[in-house]
Ligand binder design. Structure first.
Ligand code: SF4
Length: 101
């Protein structure tokens, strides 16, 4: 899919970075909706839907200002709906999806 960007005064690099973040957020939201929908319907076990920590690039420390406790996929006290295993509230992975405020 190609998205056209209008001339809004930004240089191409800024527009590209913005578009990349938007695509990531869109993908993450689609994943959340799909996993949540399957779980609600009872046709997918959480274990089948989860990625390994290694595949997600999980680490036990935050990345910049992002950490699991601020992620929409985190389930306190120490689990995640997308990533398998024990998850630290201070951890982070590439699937990080900021909680909506
Ligand atoms: S950052 Fe990754 S491991 Fe942490 S809650 Fe979000 S999706 Fe799960």
């Amino acid at each position: 899919m190609r998205l056209e960007l209008g001339n809004c005064g930004n240089d191409d690099r800024q527009a590209s970075a913005s578009l990349t973040v938007s695509r990531r957020q869109l993908l993450n939201r689609a994943i959340i909706a799909a996993v949540g929908g399957l779980a609600v319907l009872g046709i997918a076990s959480p274990a089948l839907a989860k990625m390994t920590q290694q595949a997600a690039g999980y680490q036990t420390s935050p990345k910049n200002d992002q950490k699991c406790s601020g992620c929409a996929l985190f389930k306190a006290p120490s689990t995640c709906i997308m990533i398998d295993g024990t998850i630290s509230p201070d951890g982070w992975c590439r699937v990080f999806t900021k909680k909506s405020s």
